[in-house]
Design a protein around this ligand. Structure first.
Ligand code: SF4
Length: 870
């Protein structure tokens, strides 16, 4: 469409606002948010078209239109609009700026000024509302409804009486999830937050990547006088401006006075301050003394560069492959299961496909709490009409909006997934062409599934056969069914096998290797994908290259000038066993608080206490660091450069916003120093130099330069053939050529036979806190959620005399935990849910030593216990 705007020729389609922006003409548009439907509420974007005033944000362009965006009539209109706004409100923010620019001074309509005092609310831990500033543009309503899917706000009243409302209760008592979308949307500062109030908003902005969950949201960190003032969601394909309560608000931990600021050496049982030289010299001497008996655990909170250097330190510096990372305790089964079936153990698709899928199959993921921004995107897609199937024993928020919610008995995922596949085969709903051209073993698999019909498995899974059939039909009949799975799939005795069955389901209906489909593990920690990618695994070097392959080792030796050891190393549970057996006597733990996050916590403490030497690199003196002989102060994500890799394989830049406190150093610098002291050839002056070595050793990252990933990151593999990355894997053929269906028989967890209590405990995360809570508990998130909660069914609570809010003791074979009871039918009778964010609750004293029988991932989701009121 060719039009003229302010005398300039323009062409394009869409609204006048869109086309004007495309040629660089800005029209004030206070209510416009590109992520929501245009409402045309504020009327600030009125332009003159052939003598008529029309809203630019809702008026489509027509060929031949002549548009004036700042004609005398438009300017007079805007001044009058500003006068009306000032008569009804006292806007701040960008609205105040526009009103002043328009020449309004509040003199014209003074008699219309509202008499009743507008509502204020300061009940919330973060948000502050002052409706005296509100211009009723409704951006907050649209952001909360359409961006977040939360529906906290509404507009009540009409015309001049219209106002924003959130019910009679204080904001803190609403369904608000503290995502701050309304704050970011409000142009008048009527909805603000404690970070912004009084903050200098003209300072530097550093764009970086969130360090909480594996979603990997882009952050705009606003700075003033060298300090973080507030954080906004950045534009970008992952979050498009959205954030959750952790990413937006849980940043104050970085300047807590109890940050580690100097190295510590334990002498006579007490930590004493040490110089870097003393501490590192001591670490190196102990590493050399315990040569051949040293193991390492790397950190999924640290950058790729740091994880790369960590495994290089263990391999090239200490000559051992005894190196692992926390993927072992979360998504190792995803990597193992998907690699076995597809050839690559990572998400098949990109998060942007959420907008392309017409059905979501979400299994074992409390998405809106564990990966809140992905959860918000899912909710928005469902509101637009996408179908949703959820597999979760609990009625989580995402389950409550599902078309079909299947709530299997914990530990029976294999039965249920076989039953779903059995329906697809039995009812002929499979994709014959995909199966014939890209897979093997279908006929044997189909035979195998006969033992697993929904009717045969119903009693064991507790999922009604009719519901299972409905879910299978929905999945098979949709055009773009996209799978996502979480730890409720992996943290089981048959976790890896469950993931293989998810792959089978996708292959049955041909939902791999194209847009809007696939199998997509929602990684837990921010860089758990990257830690594994970088080779913090005992059998795989950087880029998943097998350590057992002589050609691979030769290539690494050429670059490192030190050969990697050839013997496959120990996984984390094997490292613990080797410590108990005296075969491992020293350990380096980088940024993991295993004492509170690993299962069977008492055993972890006993085992680590046996070490002759433990060095922990951390930002706080964590429960694990307390056990160390040397503690090295590292930097948090706001204080260093590097990259993280999120759950969709997107490698994204992490950029320094503020300096590390005291003498704390970027973790990559500490590791590089240790490598130098261990006389490993090579040196690094920046994180980018480390990354460039990663690009040399691992072909999958060879084209992923910092420059290439500067704007929006890039999804590996990125090589000469795919210089801009690979959003979708397995197009045309699988990484391993043809993929074979896996037959998996159900085998109950040993926990069932042990029967150590009448109630089955599931553990997991909640929205406000993260892992051991060392970051989220050092801020106002504790005002929203101050303790671990035990969800218990009303019948189980009543039979034990437990009421909502009671303190309870959860007793299991390994020990006992304490929590506050939340009596709810979101959990089924006989089942419990408990979070693990408060170390004093001791949740992981309860979880057992049972692990996934392929990947050694602990079975956090099935522990038999009993509960009593304290
Ligand atoms: Fe950070 Fe995850 Fe929240 Fe995004 S969803 S802001 S990555 S914690």
């Amino acid at each position: 469409m060719n039009v003229k705007i302010d005398g300039q020729d323009a062409s394009g389609s869409g609204t006048i606002l869109d086309v004007a922006r495309s040629i660089g003409i800005e029209i004030p548009a206070l209510c416009r948010d590109d992520r929501t439907c245009a409402g045309g509420h504020c009327r600030a974007c009125m332009v003159e078209v052939s003598g008529r005033l029309l809203p630019a944000c809702t008026t489509p362009v027509h060929a031949g239109m002549t548009i004036a965006t700042a004609s005398p009539r438009v300017r007079e209109y805007r001044r009058d609009l500003g006068e009306l706004m000032l008569a009804e409100s006292k806007p701040g923010g960008i609205a105040a700026k526009f009103v002043a620019e328009w020449g309004a001074d509040g003199s014209r309509y003074q008699s219309m000024a509202k008499k009743a005092a507008p509502r204020k609310d300061d009940s919330h831990a973060y948000l502050r509302i002052d409706l005296e500033k509100c211009i009723v543009c409704r951006r907050c309503v649209a952001a909360c409804d359409e961006v977040q899917g939360q529906f906290v706000y509404a507009v009540i009243g009409r015309g001049a009486d219209a106002r924003i409302d959130w019910g009679e209760q204080p904001l803190a008592s609403t369904d608000c999830v503290s995502c701050g979308s309304c704050v970011a949307a409000c142009p008048a500062d009527a909805i603000s937050d404690i970070d912004r109030q009084g903050a200098d908003r003209s300072g530097r902005v550093v764009t970086t990547t969130c360090s909480y969950c594996g979603t990997g949201c882009s952050l705009d960190v606003h700075l003033s006088s060298g300090k973080v003032t507030y954080i906004d969601g950045a534009a970008g394909s992952v979050n498009d401006g959205r954030l959750c309560v952790k990413g937006r608000y849980a940043h104050t931990f970085a300047r807590c006075p109890d940050r580690l600021t100097v190295p510590l050496i334990k002498r006579k049982g007490k930590f004493e301050k040490a110089t870097w030289d003393e501490a590192l010299a001591f670490v190196v001497s102990e590493m050399e003394r315990l040569d051949g008996a040293f193991a390492g655990l790397s950190s999924s909170r640290c950058t790729n560069e740091e994880n790369y250097l960590f495994q290089k330190l263990m391999r090239a510096g200490l000559g051992t492959n005894d190196v692992d990372c926390c993927a072992r305790v979360c998504h190792a089964p995803s990597a193992a299961g998907m690699r076995e079936v597809f050839g690559t153990g990572a998400a098949t698709n990109e998060l942007a496909d959420i907008e392309r899928a017409d059905l979501f199959f979400v299994s074992g993921s409390n998405t809106t709490e564990s990966h809140p921004v992905i959860g918000a995107r899912l909710k928005a897609a469902v509101l637009r009409g996408a179908k949703l199937i959820v597999i979760d024993p609990r009625r989580t928020e995402i389950a409550s909006i599902a078309d079909v919610h299947l709530a299997p008995r914990p530990g029976t995922n294999v039965l249920l997934l076989n039953a779903l596949a059995a329906v697809i085969v039995e009812e002929g709903l499979f994709d014959r062409s995909f199966i014939n051209t890209r897979t093997d073993g279908f006929h044997e698999y189909a035979q195998h599934l006969r033992a697993y019909s929904p009717e045969k498995t119903e009693a064991a899974t507790s999922c009604p056969a009719a519901l299972v059939r409905r879910a299978a039909r929905l999945y098979a009949e949709s055009i773009s069914p996209m799978q996502m799975h979480g730890l409720g799939m992996t943290e089981h005795y048959q976790g890896t096998e469950g993931v293989m069955l998810l792959c089978n389901l996708a292959m049955l209906v041909g939902a791999v290797g194209k847009e809007g489909v696939g199998v997509n593990p929602l990684r837990g920690q921010n860089n758990v994908q990257g830690a594994a990618d970088m080779g913090c695994q005992p059998d795989l070097l950087t880029g998943y290259l097998p350590v057992a392959d002589p050609a691979v080792r030769k290539k690494f030796e050429e670059i490192w000038r030190v050969p990697p050891p050839d013997e496959v190393g120990r996984r984390l549970p094997e490292i613990y066993d080797a410590i108990d057996g005296g075969r491992v006597r020293g350990m380096f733990i980088l940024g993991e608080n295993v004492v509170t996050t690993d299962p069977d916590a008492k055993r972890v403490i006993r085992t680590l206490s046996r070490l002759e030497f433990l060095v922990v690199q951390e930002i706080f003196l964590s429960e694990t660091a307390e056990l160390a002989h040397v503690v090295l102060p590292g930097a948090c994500f706001l204080e260093k450069d590097g990259t993280f890799t999120n759950c969709e394989r997107r490698i994204q830049r992490v950029r320094t916003a503020v300096p590390a406190p005291g003498e704390a150093r970027a973790d990559w610098e500490i590791l590089a120093d240790l490598l130098r002291r261990l006389r490993v050839p090579g040196s690094y002056r920046s994180a980018e130099e480390v990354w460039n070595e990663v690009r040399k050793v691992a072909p999958a990252f060879s084209a992923a330069t910092y420059a290439e990933m500067d704007a929006d990151g890039l999804q590996w593999p990125a090589d000469a053939a795919r210089p801009h990355g690979t959003p979708i894997l397995h197009i045309g053929e699988f990484q391993k050529g043809r993929a074979a269906f896996k037959k998996v028989d159900y085998e109950p967890s040993p926990a069932v036979a042990r029967a150590e209590g009448p109630l089955c405990l599931i553990t997991g995360r909640i929205l406000e806190h993260y892992n051991s809570g060392s970051m989220t508990r050092r801020g106002r998130n504790v005002l929203i959620e101050s303790c671990d909660r035990l969800e218990i069914h009303p019948d189980d609570a009543a039979s034990r005399g437990i009421r909502d809010g009671d303190r309870v003791r959860v007793v299991g074979k390994g020990g006992e935990a304490t929590a506050t009871a939340e009596v709810t039918d979101a959990v089924k009778k006989g089942e419990l849910f408990l979070s693990f964010h408060f170390p004093e609750s001791r949740t992981n004293d309860l979880t057992s030593d049972i692990v996934d029988r392929i990947a050694d991932c602990p079975e956090y989701k099935v522990t038999y216990v009993d509960v009593a009121r304290i």
